[in-house]
Write a protein of this length. Structure first.
Length: 168
C-alpha cells in the first residue's frame, strides 16, 4: 500500500516536472531544468558509488577480511590448550558467524553472475518489467552487501575483543 502511494507520488512529481518543462512559464521551465540537472547529478553519483563498490566486491574486498579472520581463529585454536573454555565457546560462535557470512557472500556472488547472463524476454512490456525487476534486485543486493560489510565489521570487532581476552 505504502509502496503504491510512493510510486504514485513520484509519478505525480515527474508529471508536474515534465509539464512545467514543456508548457510552463519561463520560471517554471528554469526550475524544471534545475531539478532535472540535479537529478542527473544524483544518478551519476549513485552510479559511480555502485560501480566502485562492485569493483571492490569483485576484487575480493570481503574475501580478504574473511580469510584473515579464519587465520586468526586457527591461531587461537592452536593455542587452545592455554585458553579458557569460555574463549573456546566464543571462538566457536565467531566461526559460525563467519561461515554464515561466507555463505551470504557466495549467494550474492551467484546472483551477480546470474545478472550478467542476458535476459531472453523480447516483448516491449516484458523488457520494461524485466528492467524494473533487475534494478530492484540490484538495489536489494546492494543493501545486502552493505549489511554484509556491517556484519563483517562487527565480527572483526568481536574477534579483536576475543583476542584481547585470550591474551589476558
Amino acid at each position: 500500500m505504502i509502496r503504491s502511494l510512493v510510486k504514485l507520488a513520484l509519478l505525480l512529481v515527474a508529471a508536474i516536472l515534465v509539464y512545467n518543462y514543456l508548457f510552463g512559464t519561463s520560471q517554471e521551465k528554469e526550475n524544471s531544468r534545475k531539478v532535472f540537472g540535479q537529478l542527473r547529478e544524483v544518478v551519476v553519483s549513485v552510479t559511480d558509488l555502485v560501480k566502485a563498490e562492485k569493483e571492490k566486491f569483485d576484487a575480493g574486498k570481503y574475501d580478504v577480511a574473511l580469510k584473515k579472520l579464519g587465520n586468526a581463529y586457527k591461531a587461537v585454536r592452536e593455542q587452545a590448550q592455554y585458553v579458557d573454555d569460555k574463549v573456546i565457546k566464543r571462538l566457536d560462535d565467531l566461526e559460525t558467524r563467519k561461515s554464515a557470512l561466507e555463505q551470504e557472500l557466495e549467494s550474492i556472488d551467484r546472483e551477480d553472475h546470474e545478472d550478467l547472463v542476458p535476459q531472453t524476454s523480447t516483448l516491449g512490456k516484458g523488457v520494461a518489467k524485466g528492467t524494473d525487476t533487475q534494478s530492484a534486485k540490484s538495489a536489494d543486493r546492494q543493501q545486502r552487501k552493505e549489511a554484509l560489510q556491517r556484519e563483517i565489521d562487527s565480527l572483526i570487532r568481536d574477534t579483536d575483543q576475543l583476542m584481547q581476552d585470550a591474551q589476558q
